[in-house]
Design a protein around this ligand. Structure first.
Ligand SMILES: Nc1ncnc2c1ncn2[C@@H]1O[C@H](COP(=O)(O)OP(=O)(O)OP(=O)(O)O)[C@@H](O)[C@H]1O
Ligand SMILES: [Mg+2]
Length: 263
């Protein structure tokens, strides 16, 4: 499932909003209609971002261009505007680089959001912690009255889980990645990767302790959250209410499209 896409038929006069999410493991393009219903989702696995920074500019542009073309073919209309996002605490000119990637792929940039703020829009969060476990990192953003009050991240992510799984079975990283995504093997895979999940939960607990104020609920998003087993581990370690939404991998990209103001 390196590349995937899905779409629904829309009327000619339906207005659309577009979100592009550039991650460490994949690039996702989501289109929603004026009622905020997703009408197109496509992603490609990619290694163009490291530590939240775009490291392969040209490759990033080609992938976004391919996703845009796919959207245009399937929706039968030009896709000219898109919003993007950056991880919390992004420093330097990464925001500008994300803008340049989207622009380089032939779209005007409407806004660049903060990733957790985009996720929170989908989950309708006013108060609580969004924990995003993607390929590279475990990131946390704590919301207070709809605003980010604290954010932190640490470099333990899905790639570490692949390393552990591949190491256990003597596989290459590529083979480990395929095995990790095989949902029929989730239970047995998770037993092997559980120590990493426990570390991610402890990282989260440490961030919550640093924040110091009361947090009631943790929302788990990001590709690794395709594993439903995370809820149990996070509940045990943090002693808080834990919510693992449907389609955790697409929460942030969907939020980017949904929060975009321009049609
Ligand atoms: N169907 C799946 N089942 C299990 N794991 C998956 C699945 N799809 C993706 N993953 C894992 O999720 C991780 C990528 O998640 P995501 O797409 O949220 O990351 P990203 O946004 O590209 O990275 P980051 O947020 O760290 O920059 C990878 O480790 C990948 O192996
Ligand atoms: Mg991500």
């Amino acid at each position: 499932m390196a590349n995937c896409s899905t779409n629904v038929i829309i009327e000619d006069n339906t207005k659309i909003k577009v979100g592009v999410d550039l991650g460490t493991s994949s690039i996702v393009l989501v289109v929603v209609d004026e009622s905020n219903h997703p009408v197109f989702v496509a992603s490609e696995d990619a290694s163009v971002v490291a530590d939240g920074l775009v490291v392969n500019f040209m490759e990033a542009i080609s992938i976004v261009k391919r996703l845009k073309n796919k959207a245009e073919n399937q929706l039968q209309r030009p896709v000219t505007l898109a919003a993007g996002a950056v991880p919390p605490g992004t420093v330097g000119n990464n925001k500008k680089i994300i803008e340049n990637v989207i622009h380089g792929a032939g779209m005007e940039v409407t806004e660049i959001f903060d990733e957790p703020t985009a996720a929170a829009a989908v989950l309708n969060i006013q108060d609580g912690a969004v924990v995003d476990i993607g390929g590279g990192t475990t990131g946390i953003s704590i919301f207070n009255n709809g605003k980010v009050a604290y954010s932190g991240d640490e470099a333990t992510g899905g790639t570490h889980m692949t390393l552990v799984l591949a190491g256990h079975y003597g596989l290459t990283l590529e083979e480990g990645e395929i095995l990790k995504r095989d949902s029929t093997k989730y239970d047995e895979n998770f037993l092997i990767m559980q120590p990493v999940a426990e570390k991610m939960a402890s990282i989260t607990k440490k961030f919550l302790d640093d924040y110091g104020k009361k947090v009631k609920t943790i929302y788990l998003v990001g590709g690794m959250m395709m594993y439903p087993q995370f809820t149990r581990i996070f509940k045990v370690v943090t002693q808080l209410q834990v919510i693992q939404p449907n389609h955790p991998k697409y929460v942030t990209p969907l939020g980017i499209a949904l929060k975009s103001t321009a049609f």
